[in-house]
Design a protein around this ligand. Structure first.
Ligand code: CTP
Length: 132
């Protein structure tokens, strides 16, 4: 059984998220998602997620190609998480290209192309601009 791990905030779930999770699962038999805590998301992106951790987790767990979701509390603990979840491969979008090559000693490290023209940030901006 080949175990895949990926990480992210996955806030305001969109088609780019779905596609990377599907493609990650297609690379193995079991997909674990390290879902960034609200505090880690604020540290990474400079703003709070729209949906709090428990809502983001509930949404991801409902997807048929996601098997396990756990809380990613620190970027520094990635090696620990990979080992703890017995991952054979780390899959990330290519906005992270090269950033996780240091883990090639413990698992395959694969960067997949991002889906163009969509991100949570852009969705939030569009909603803000909508004249209600
Ligand atoms: N991702 C993707 N295609 C997109 C957007 C995201 O493949 N269009 C991938 C990222 O590369 C990452 C995962 O989805 O591996 C989670 O990314 P996340 O940062 O949570 O989503 P974004 O939409 O990029 O969020 P933001 O705009 O807040 O940075």
């Amino acid at each position: 059984m080949r175990r895949i791990i990926t990480f992210g905030t996955f806030d305001v779930l969109h088609v780019g998220h779905i596609k990377i999770l599907q493609r990650a699962k297609d690379m193995g038999d079991h997909l674990t998602v390290g879902l960034s805590s609200d505090a880690l998301s604020i540290a990474k992106k400079g703003r709070a997620p729209v949906y709090p951790f428990t809502s983001r987790q509930t949404i991801l767990k409902a997807l048929r190609f996601v098997d396990t979701v756990f809380m990613e509390e620190s970027l520094e603990k990635k090696r620990e998480y990979i080992i703890q979840h017995k991952a054979d491969a780390l899959v990330m979008g290519n906005d992270w290209e090269g950033k996780f090559d240091e883990f090639e000693d413990i698992c395959d490290v694969i960067y997949l192309p991002r889906t163009p023209s969509i991100s949570t940030t852009e969705i939030i901006e569009i909603i803000k601009e909508t004249d209600l």
